[in-house]
Design a protein around this ligand. Structure first.
Ligand SMILES: Cc1cc2nc3c(=O)[nH]c(=O)nc-3n(C[C@H](O)[C@H](O)[C@H](O)COP(=O)(O)OP(=O)(O)OC[C@H]3O[C@@H](n4cnc5c(N)ncnc54)[C@H](O)[C@@H]3O)c2cc1C
Length: 413
């Protein structure tokens, strides 16, 4: 579990099944909002003075051979889901770690396959759960005219409106991938970003800048047709064994992202918050932006503070802006900023959060959107992040919040 969440002084943890969850949402709880924990990766899956609903009882999973869909409970991690799908040679596009839970899917999470297969939420065909009001719902695609707004709201803004207990997703054929992983100097990053911006949608670049700058390029094209893209990195990464192209049979075999960015793994647990932004191709802006980030990296208040990014585009841009609550469909980059501090170090926390806000402001012109993969309803920037995440769709989401979670059982919108 996220170390900050696991240190929270909660009122307790509840693990209700569907029926009890419904009853629970109708009870006066003494304290709101309820915190919801699926994979348990974010700082807000548990909070001081709040009850936590832990979804780990919802783990049933079934592959539907006829339709090629998978139906599962939202207590499953992405790794467990992919392990089950492996038996049928199917998969869904997950993120850079199998540890994430349904929060990854519901908040519009993306990964190395998203440029060719879309966001995981773009594959959702049915959703079941309990609205904040305690009412049960089961919606599927195509939604009825009455359900269109609710369907859109659930795809990207579910944590504010409902506890989702069950999902059905379209699956894809399991694909092998090739990855090239190495360390570069910050001065090489602008050139690399420009190279990646012209890659086919079967390839994606991710990078993580900590003590060192790690790059992680993934190619999921069939080997026969486009073997060249990762080779373009020879002049940047060199040709020795360490920088060689690795083959992986599927997403579960990908090497751990982010481990090269630190020389050593932190010996003590750190507390952290993460803020993610979204923006279009950087083109010529990459150079000046990276120079600014380089100076910010020199001022980072803790060794685990990082700036990272992953690449979108292709299939993620082909969905209409109005179809889901993930409205930033033109995005090509998702940079995310990690603020870290020593547990209990209040001044360090303040400094790190101020640093995160500063870096977020540096990105705000080139990456004007926010990806709300982590809730920050305990931080001063929450309202601003909601506006930058949902744009013109936010007033409608707020109307739905009044209808579907009138007592504010779930996090504020
Ligand atoms: C190691 C690691 C790798 C990551 N890689 C990527 C990546 O490649 N791409 C990417 O986009 N993101 C990535 N993330 C971010 C991650 O996807 C998000 O933080 C996501 O919200 C985590 O979901 P979770 O279920 O694991 O965590 P949780 O903390 O359990 O859930 C996050 C929030 O989602 C809500 N929630 C979860 N499940 C439900 C539900 N069933 N119903 C209603 N609300 C729910 C809760 O409000 C909760 O606060 C990564 C995070 C980590 C720690």
């Amino acid at each position: 579990m996220n170390p900050l969440a696991s240190n929270a002084k909660t009122l307790g943890c509840l693990t209700p099944g569907q029926e009890l969850l419904k009853q629970l949402m109708l009870q006066p709880l003494g304290s709101t909002p309820l915190r919801v924990c699926s994979g348990g990766n974010t700082s807000r899956c548990a909070g001081d003075g709040c009850w936590t609903v832990d979804l780990h009882r919802h783990q049933e999973v079934r592959y539907l051979e006829d339709s090629g869909e998978v139906e599962f409970g939202t207590g499953l991690t992405m790794a467990k889901l992919l392990q089950v799908l492996r038996a049928s040679d199917r998969s869904i596009p997950i993120g850079l770690s199998g540890l994430t839970g349904s929060g990854f899917i519901l908040t519009g999470g993306m990964g190395p396959l998203s440029r060719s297969q879309g966001l995981a939420l773009d594959s959702i065909t049915a959703i079941e759960g309990i609205w904040g009001s305690g009412e049960f719902f089961a919606l599927s695609t195509p939604p009825t005219t009455d359900d269109v707004r609710r369907w859109r709201a659930l795809l990207g803004a579910a944590p504010f409106l409902a506890v989702v207990t069950r999902l059905r997703l379209r699956t894809q054929r399991r694909q092998s991938l090739r990855v090239r992983h190495g360390v570069i100097t910050p001065s090489q990053l602008p050139e690399l970003l420009q190279i990646a911006e012209s890659w086919p949608e079967t390839c994606s670049l991710q990078w993580s800048w900590g003590n060192r700058l790690e790059i992680y390029a993934v190619d999921c094209s069939s080997e026969e047709t486009t073997p060249q893209t990762l080779k373009q990195l020879d002049p940047i990464l060199g040709t020795d064994q360490q920088a060689a192209i690795q083959s992986c049979t599927d997403q579960l075999e990908l090497p751990t992202f982010g481990r090269l960015a630190s020389e050593t793994a932190p010996s003590m647990p750190v507390h952290s918050e993460v803020l993610a932004r979204l923006g279009p191709a950087l083109g010529q802006e990459a150079g000046p932006l990276m120079q600014l980030l380089s100076s910010r990296m020199q001022q980072r208040p803790h060794g685990e503070c990082r700036i990272s990014a992953q690449q979108l585009g292709g299939a993620t841009t082909r969905i209409n802006r109005g179809a889901t609550s993930f409205v930033h469909r033109g995005s090509i980059w998702k940079p995310w900023i990690t603020a870290a501090w020593k547990p209990g170090d209040r001044a360090g926390r303040q400094q790190s959060l101020a640093w995160m806000d500063q870096v977020s402001a540096d990105f705000s012109t080139s990456c004007p959107g926010v990806h709300l993969a982590q809730l920050h309803d305990h931080l001063p920037g929450h309202q601003g992040e909601l506006i930058e995440a949902f744009g013109e769709w936010l007033p409608e989401l707020r109307q739905l919040k009044r209808e579907l979670d009138p007592k504010g059982r779930l996090p504020p919108l």
